[in-house]
Design a protein around this ligand. Structure first.
Ligand SMILES: Nc1ncnc2c1ncn2[C@@H]1O[C@H](COP(=O)(O)OP(=O)(O)OP(=O)(O)O)[C@@H](O)[C@H]1O
Ligand SMILES: [Mg+2]
Length: 498
């Protein structure tokens, strides 16, 4: 390369470096609530969701960065003439810098111009969190993702709204859900009913080895109220139901009876149920009547009579436990049941019964992990549709009766839109597709879209939390579980180095 040109290029680069490095970290606000800022890309330590201090003369404000983008500015520059050259060169230069918007969290909320921006320290954010905390129980869920060591405390009272927990497989939903449940058990009196399709919470009452003894002691006390119902458990803890307790529509769904296409059998079942013989599914009375015989054949062919959840001759059922005042937390181990149908029968019966008894107005958090099985966007069969219908009704109208949902799934599109759209709290873990972030942004319009965008960069255990449980959206890293996890992932011993 021509040495004159090379020298000019070096000058150009040096000039650009100096200009880009000299962009001052400054913020301006015209309304005292939101601010716009700029900063140099060199040594950039700001991030969306992170906290900043804005210093303006003697006034200090605390803010949160909401968006952070790359800014570009094209300018014209006169480069000096190369040694021995006749004249300098006029050139276009692209200056790059960081810019974004944020919200003022604490301060005088008056407009300001050109305040200096710097990242807030952990102590500064913690002081603000403690000072601004609302009254009521707090749930220590972990620490702020951007400030290691600063505890994040969720507002327990916010669980009187529906909550949506979402993240791709392996992002840590079930682990984190367990942590939320542990804290609700320890710090509140809220009753919990957990539909557990993978037996993940069957050891919610068992403390892990190595847990801090004081914490373990407190937790053991709270976890005394945990009752786990499983298919193979003895006595009162056996997961069972009486067909007579299941509403007629769900019974018809179990038998895949269509009121039009199967009108004779449907009418026969309805007749039996009306005559208070509501255990038809378990044991149909002997009859010469052709329609009853046909119904009996259907029950036999579908294997419904052999469901392990039936409990002929036994007293008590999952529904008694769900409504038992003494049972603080009921884990319904759907994973212990041998078939999807039986899982759906229990899910539909429990949700239907909670709705039917809504006028008792007893607050309860209904937790549904893997909710796409219970209330999918597109139910694959009549029985699932029945369970989904109950979930949708609870999502729409349950809150005022004290029925609160906490549903967890991998992709927002997978669950019934009418459940999703009723959620006022969001706990968002890692997502792996932009389609999923776009969908989440459209549904959760109260959360800044730029923070939802960050979900594609989350590591396992990191989350965005927003809504009534976290009035200021926060990025958090979930802490350590106190109780044992249930259905652990299959260990990858097959990949050990030889
Ligand atoms: N914060 C965490 N700290 C330590 N281990 C974690 C954490 N979060 C998750 N894990 C571990 O990572 C694994 C996957 O987590 P988890 O089962 O919670 O994922 P998931 O999002 O529920 O996945 P899926 O959608 O497949 O059910 C588990 O073995 C769990 O123990
Ligand atoms: Mg899971």
């Amino acid at each position: 390369m021509d040495s004159g040109l090379a020298a000019q290029l070096a000058d150009f680069r040096e000039a650009r470096r100096e200009l880009e490095a000299s962009v001052l970290p400054q913020a301006t606000s015209v309304d005292g609530r939101r601010f716009f800022f700029q900063a140099s890309l060199y040594g950039l330590s700001l991030q969306a969701g992170g906290y900043v201090v804005l210093e303006d003369g003697g006034v200090t404000r605390l803010g949160q960065v909401i968006t952070l983008d790359l800014g570009q500015l094209s300018t014209e520059l006169m480069l000096p003439a190369p040694a021995g050259g006749a004249q300098g060169n006029r050139t276009q230069m692209l200056i790059r810098y960081a810019r974004g918007e944020g919200v003022i969290l604490d301060g005088d909320f008056a407009p300001f111009h050109d305040a200096t921006v710097r990242p807030a320290s952990g102590a500064e954010v913690q002081e603000w969190l403690e000072r601004s905390a609302r009254p009521g129980a707090k749930l220590p869920l972990g620490e702020l993702a951007s400030l290691t060591g600063v505890p994040f405390l969720a507002d327990a009272g916010g669980f009187n709204r529906h909550t949506f927990l979402c993240g791709q497989s392996g992002s840590g939903k079930t682990y984190s859900l367990g942590l939320i449940l542990e804290q609700l058990l320890t710090e509140t009196d809220l009753r919990l009913v957990i539909l557990d399709p993978n037996s993940d919470f069957v050891r919610l009452g068992t403390v892990r080895d190595g847990t801090d003894p004081a914490l373990a002691g407190r937790y053991r006390q709270a976890a005394r109220g945990v009752t786990v119902l499983s298919a193979d458990a003895p006595g009162k803890r056996r997961l069972r139901i009486h067909a007579a307790e299941i509403d007629p529509a769900t019974q018809a769904a179990v038998l895949r009876l269509d009121p039009i296409a199967d009108r004779e059998e449907y009418a026969t079942l309805a007749g039996l149920l009306e005559r208070h013989d509501r255990s038809a599914l378990e044991a149909l009375p002997d009859s010469e009547e052709p329609e009853t015989r046909r119904l009996a054949m259907r029950i036999r062919n579908l294997g419904v009579g052999r469901f392990t959840v039936w409990a002929p001759g036994e007293t008590g059922s999952v529904l008694d436990m769900v409504h038992d005042e003494g049972a603080r937390c009921v884990v319904i181990d759907l994973g212990s049941l041998p078939s999807r149908e039986e899982q759906s029968v229990i899910a539909a019966a429990v949700l239907g019964d909670l709705w039917r008894r809504r006028h008792e107005r007893r607050p309860v958090l209904i937790v549904i992990d893997e909710a796409h099985n219970v209330c999918p966007a597109d139910p694959p069969d009549q029985l699932t549709a029945q369970a989904a219908e109950h979930a949708i009704r609870i999502a729409a109208e349950g809150r005022k009766f004290g029925l609160y949902l906490l549903v967890s799934t991998q992709r927002p599109q997978k669950i019934a839109e009418n459940v999703l759209s009723q959620a006022d709290n969001l706990v968002l873990m890692r997502l792996n597709s932009l389609a999923d972030t776009a969908f989440t942004q459209a549904v959760f319009s109260f959360v800044p879209p730029s923070l939802i965008d960050r979900a594609v960069t989350f590591h396992q255990g990191e989350a965005l939390i927003a809504g009534k449980i976290s009035p200021q959206p926060a990025l958090l890293r979930f802490g350590a579980r106190i109780s044992e996890e249930g259905g652990a992932d299959v260990p990858a011993t097959w990949a050990h180095a030889r």
